[in-house]
Write a protein that binds this ligand. Structure first.
Ligand SMILES: C[S@@+](CC[C@H](N)C(=O)[O-])C[C@H]1O[C@@H](n2cnc3c(N)ncnc32)[C@H](O)[C@@H]1O
Length: 207
């Protein structure tokens, strides 16, 4: 990882993804989590305050040491134990059917191969386990989508590989999950921000 991606982008993510509307959505997407939970792309731990009390443990997969350091205060005060179990969501060390639930928030946009990562998440979830996803991505409006395609390369260079044009609900369904909840909307903000603010909340079951 270069200096920008390793030192700056995790701090930008920590600030830009902790607004009130996003923290409200984190609470919504984490509702229903219980037992042993895997979180891929743990970042600075912004989901920790949203985990319900019935979560027993969180196994975090996070490549960025800066992101992990930024999460230290949140981990210290969390009501749930958190272990960093890996660096790459595309290759998980856990055995098949290890987890009751998995979480990915604003990670499927950035992880190089989201399809491989979702196949890995499916493998390590037990049958009946749930995947909880909060993600920005491809908007349904043609004009916004066109801007997303135009800006995608620049976004990737500025934000450590982040894409504007991925469609998280489609990726989740294509990975063999059964989508049980799907909410999609733009976050509040000016029209110009729309390429970045079309957000999907997905809860899906591993059959
Ligand atoms: C935009 S940040 C989101 C962080 C956090 N999930 C959140 O909601 O605030 C994207 C995260 O994906 C992580 N990431 C990038 N490549 C990854 C990979 N191969 N496996 C797991 N996480 C990855 C980054 O390090 C970063 O923490």
């Amino acid at each position: 990882m270069g200096w920008w991606s390793e030192r700056v982008v995790p701090r930008m993510a920590d600030k830009s993804l902790s607004s009130r509307p996003i923290m409200d959505l984190r609470r919504e997407v984490c509702a229903g989590l219980s037992g042993r939970v895997l979180e891929i792309g743990f970042g600075s731990g912004l989901n920790l305050s949203a985990y319900p009390a019935v979560v027993d443990s969180v196994d975090a997969v996070e490549p960025s040491d800066t992101g992990w350091e930024l999460s230290s205060g949140r981990r210290a005060t969390a009501s749930v134990p958190v272990d960093r179990v890996g660096l790459d969501g595309q290759r998980l060390a856990a055995a098949d059917a290890t987890y009751d639930a998995a979480v990915s928030t604003f990670t499927l946009c950035t992880i190089p191969d989201a399809t491989t990562a979702l196949a890995e998440v499916r493998r390590v979830l037990r049958p009946g386990g749930t995947l909880h996803v909060l993600e920005h991505g491809l908007a349904p409006d043609a004009r916004v989508a066109a801007w997303q395609h135009r800006l995608d390369g620049l976004q990737g260079r500025i934000a450590a590989g982040c894409h504007l044009t991925r469609d998280a609900p489609v990726l989740v369904e294509d990975a063999g999950f059964r989508v049980e909840r799907l909410d999609r909307a733009y976050l509040p903000g000016p029209s110009l921000s729309k390429p970045w603010t079309f957000v999907s909340l997905v809860v899906a079951v591993r059959p």
